[in-house]
Write a protein that binds this ligand. Structure first.
Ligand code: ADP
Length: 522
């Protein structure tokens, strides 16, 4: 942007929102950079941060952005680390920090089981509120509970209770469109409706999905379904000794998951590196910075009493039902030689059993109690940062093995540890390959970025695509969703240009650029 035009836009914003809510001092801006940058030389700082206090403020911001051509980058709480965090996709865009002032829990409905929230409400906030009000409801939280419910749901993030697919439980949006109009989706479009949070689809085409992983609006309110707290729950861990067991694990898993019994939640199968990463530093197992040797992996397994693969799930219901489901799980997975079974009731961290840590943490998370324990992964390496390569896999033994072998081979080649988990949906899995790197070393950042780029291409050649990615890789991932000569991206671009003629909203998000920026190689 021309500096003089930018100054005029800022002056108008200050007049409309007040100087406290239009902040461009260096100290504030430095809080909106990517904490886990991948590109060697930049971390995508914004030029200004805006703090709206109401949907009307958001409309005002959008109007001024249109007038001056100011690109905006909405975030809720910006705890989206590993994907770009608070930083804009387009360097220099104005961050619209929705969470700072718009952070009210507008409604919790005990009878129907839902909450209506503003963007700044975090998983911790809602969990604390439910506890303080002695609610019968519980939340579904992602691994780290400090982020926003709106932000995570708009990114199609996941949790681990039966309500783990967050977008599936989203019911009703209020959104400011790039033209400044405000819209409610679903039944919210009927004035006076009392079913906005009960029936997400409303009438006519269903637009809600267009506001996820997208740049077509700024969400100001969202409804989310909440399940009732069960009378009892028990979290289990099944350990499998060998890397090759993955195939049998997934083939056993599929029918139990499709039918939602005896597996009731979104279970995870984590490898030993990921579990060890939460309770130790890499140097405990190996001094050589090269790939972890088979010997080091065996040391981890023995010291932590875990398998190469570790399967965590939670059962809910009356105790009889829990025991019945647990019996079936032990019977079917017991057919895989070497499988060992534990529960949160019989395996605790007492007596220094570090291998029980993840089991106990899962028990909390899977009962709606947010945690930050997975942040300990950042201590695996000095100056630890993470990024995830997250291809979708079928819940299928051969597919899971194929992806795992592919990623492991490349990780070894690039000296990155394959810290992985499969998050198991009803028919597909998010195969989250978490690469930890030393963010203080430019060479390490570059290697990690190169590895990610290579994997995106290699996976696509095998027919695999990612569910979500870091800002720096959005164009790369979108380029792989190119069936029909790029029909999907062309569709997104057509909608983008129709709804956002001045290309002001989050340019480049998910590889979708408005026409003003398209083809400029930004
Ligand atoms: P969290 O803090 O929950 O991890 P973020 O606030 O970082 O989530 O949001 C993740 C992404 O979702 C943002 O980068 C942005 O693309 C999108 N997003 C978040 N909140 C909004 C919102 N209120 N309106 C539109 N897009 C949003």
């Amino acid at each position: 942007m021309d500096a003089a035009v930018f100054d005029r836009a800022l002056a108008k914003l200050v007049k409309a929102l007040g100087a406290d809510n239009v902040v461009s001092d260096l100290e504030t801006l430095s809080g909106y950079i990517d904490l886990y940058p991948l590109e060697p030389s930049q971390n995508n700082a914004p030029s200004v941060v805006l703090y709206p206090g109401s949907p009307e403020d958001v409309q005002t911001i959008v109007a001024i952005a249109n007038e001056f051509g100011l690109p905006l980058s909405p975030i809720s709480t910006g705890q989206n680390n590993g994907y770009g965090g608070k930083s804009p996709r387009l360097k220099g865009a104005a961050v619209v920090d929705m969470g700072r002032r718009m952070n009210r829990i507008l409604e919790v409905n005990e009878k129907f089981g839902y909450a209506l929230v503003e963007p700044g409400v975090t998983y911790f906030d809602l969990a604390n509120h439910l506890k303080a009000t002695n609610s019968i409801l519980m939340i579904d939280t992602p691994d780290l509970g400090w982020g926003s419910i709106v932000g995570n749901t708009l990114e199609r993030g996941v949790g681990y209770t039966p309500y783990g697919d967050h977008f599936m439980w989203q019911t009703g949006l209020e959104v400011v469109l790039p033209t400044g109009r405000i819209m409610r989706t679903g039944m919210g479009a009927v004035p006076g409706s009392n079913t906005w949070q009960l029936f997400p689809y409303g009438f006519g085409p269903y637009p809600d999905g267009l506001f996820t992983q997208s740049n077509l609006g700024i969400v100001t309110k969202m409804g989310i379904g909440l399940m009732q707290r069960p009378p009892a729950s028990m979290t289990y861990l099944v350990t499998f000794d060998r890397e090759e067991d993955l195939g049998a694990i997934m083939d056993t898993m599929l029918p139990l998951r499709i039918n939602m019994f005896p597996i009731q939640n979104v279970p995870v199968v984590r490898n030993i590196i990921l579990d060890a990463g939460v309770v130790s530093k890499r140097t405990e197992w190996q001094d050589d910075p090269g790939p972890l040797t088979a010997e080091s992996i065996e040391k981890m397994k023995a010291a932590l009493n875990l398998g190469y693969w570790n399967f965590y799930g939670t059962l809910y219901g009356p105790e009889e039902m829990i025991q019945m489901a647990w019996g079936i799980i032990q019977q079917v997975f017991g057919q895989i030689p070497g499988a060992k079974f534990f529960t949160n009731r019989d395996r605790t961290e007492d007596n220094g059993d570090r291998g029980a840590h993840v089991l106990q943490d899962r028990h909390k998370i899977n009962n709606g109690i947010p945690s930050l324990d997975e942040m300990k992964l950042m201590d695996w390496l000095p100056h630890g940062a993470h990024v995830s390569f997250s291809p979708i896999s079928a819940v299928d033994g051969a597919d899971a093995m194929r992806q795992s072998t592919m990623v492991k081979a490349r990780s070894d080649q690039f000296n990155k540890d394959y810290a992985a988990q499969f998050i198991i949906g009803l028919r597909e899995m998010h195969h989250i390959c978490l690469f930890l790197y030393d963010k203080s070393k430019q060479s390490d950042r570059k290697e990690t970025l190169d590895l990610m780029r290579l994997l995106i291409k290699e996976a696509a050649a095998a027919g695999y695509g990612e569910y979500r990615t870091h800002n720096a890789l959005m164009d790369d991932v979108m380029a792989t969703f190119n069936w029909g000569d790029g029909a999907l991206l062309n569709f997104h671009e057509a909608i983008k240009d129709a709804l956002d003629p001045n290309s002001i909203m989050a340019p480049g998000k998910s590889g979708i650029w408005g026409k003003k920026y398209r083809g400029r190689g930004l």
